[in-house]
Design a protein around this ligand. Sequence first.
Ligand code: COA
Ligand code: AMP
Length: 625
Amino acid sequence: MSYQSEYLLAKNNPTQYWQEQAKLIDWFQAPTNILSQDQDDFYHWYADGSLNTSYLALDYHVKQGRGEQTALIYDSPVTNTKEKYSYAELTVLVAKFADVLAKQGVTKGDRVLIYMPMIPQAAIAMLATARLGAIHSVVFGGFAPHELAVRIDDATPKVVVTASCGVEIEKVIAYKPMIDKAFEDAIHKPDTCIVYQRDLVKADLLPNRDIDWQQAMINATEHEPVPVLGKDPLYILYTSGTTGKPKGVVRENGGHAIAMKYSMDINYGVKPGDVFWAASDVGWVVGHSYIVYGPLISGCATVLYEGKPIKTPDAGAFWRVCEEYNVNVLFSAPTAFRAIRKEDPHGNELSKYNLPSLKRLYLAGERLDPATYHWLNDITHLPVIDHWWQTETGWPIAGIPVGLDTMEPKEGSAGVATPGYQIEILDPDGVPVNKGESGYIAIKLPLPPGCLPTIWNDPERFKVGYLNSFPGYYVTGDGGYIDKDDYLFIMGRTDDVINVAGHRLSTGEMEEVISNHKDVAECAVVGIKCKLKGQVPLALIVLKNGCEQTTEVHKVLKELIRDQIGAIASLKEVLTIDRLPKTRSGKILRKVMRQMIDGEEVQVPSTIDDMSILDELKISFRVLT
Ligand code: COA
Ligand code: AMP
């Protein structure tokens, strides 16, 4: 199969192309309606097919005689634990936990919110929810109770599943108090909270609401997979937008299953029995797609790692895991490798390990800077593949399709369009630009299977945020260009979303929190360059008349962000300035400030209210360098 021919087939006749790909999985009943549109004109793939995603990820492999093969490897340096689960074992655990959920009244279409650290029970809870045809919404463990409450109110889950604690290197973080606070803050009150009790912390359970996971599993029986339709949602995953309210990206069962199998073949080139490790977290889309569903649907062994790239215990941690489990493909974020490089610039840790099984390294989540690319390439002598995607798509929009052709990665590029995605670069009027010219990166509709059909509870937001800017296109929120060889270069976000250590965060949300402080007249949060994390937020505040600038206010604001959003927001710097630069219509010029601080060429819009502010800012920003 050549890349060119596959790309053209998918482009010229998407329905026929994806009908053919539908044969990749074991449907209960194959779909006849391959691509349809609803009353909002939103697209759905495989609407009438019947399947169950948990069956495809587990039972199917057992039926194929691979029950004894390893499905999940749990490696936790922070608790000194190593476990392996075969497909047969994992199927039983998932089927039993599905029974536990069913006994709490969870049925098809109900929501289950999962707030878990990186332990096998997180994957088990996801797969058990899917088994019932219910919809999971996993919330990253680093988010604060307020964020949890916002998601509880939007997803209105019947049940919340959690663990007694998470472990951050040496810090033990009790989860139950955060869950209790979120239940208190939320308007919607879930009926039940199921708590997996870890040895490090035993959570106190409320008599009429909380259930002990381990106790409940004792009498559980194995629940069969419930057939669902291709267009039925599998999960909701919240991601940051430009406003304070996170967006619930919806993923449907049918398109998702095909996209997972297809991308494991085409983008990652793996086969059943291979060991696949996405060093991420189940709370992010990478974790959903490539820790849980992708590898399992493809019959691989997946690694679930509860640790960090460094300090657990050292910068050799990734290589140790790769050697110990014969990992074939490793996927992580550039920031993780920058952290390793900082501690082990010459690869001394790497040289302690033997890695004959490791074939390729994949990076995504943020731009792969050339320095990290070359370093990784030099020390490992392996192909280092940058690929680009988003929570919204759930699988790579662009990359190097190793399953099709031997194409070479190009430095600074996120690869070529994956078959199924028609990427175009548009000017502000929606007109495609020439090769080599920068613009808005958009994808021609329909998006391929697996991408979001809508935003949970908010179809209008899907239209306004993604579809209305350029009719006929999905707008990605990223800017960039395509070169003469069709390689895509991502230049960064065109909106106010920032990327901190591979975590997508909204500056608008941080601004909402900061502007609630009684002394703050107005504020702007910008993402400034950071050698380790790619970007970090900087809050620029203007105080109300009569309020004194003190380090105390700055400290309080940093704490507020930690309490309301979470430590991962990493707001380390607050700077008080006299006024914010604005356009004549009052729009804050965040980009101008970011460019000034990052030392980039400053593009001052002609609509600026008062040019003299730029000199004032120059003086204020001196303290940052
Ligand atoms: N639960 C609770 N707190 C969490 C958390 C979680 N799951 N994850 C992170 N945090 C906390 C950290 O403890 C830290 O708190 P602190 O400020 O009190 O020290 C804060 O959030 C920031 O954490 P982090 O972003 O991880 O930064 P760091 O400086 O501790 O570590 C790296 C830097 C680069 C090692 C780390 O960010 C990393 O491993 N990044 C990879 C990210 C990744 O895999 N992204 C996946 C996208 S593909
Ligand atoms: P998330 O939805 O959290 O996966 O974040 C998606 C965003 O991360 C994208 O819109 C990009 O801004 C950024 N991103 C992801 N992968 C890459 C990449 N390979 N290169 C540059 N930016 C990336």
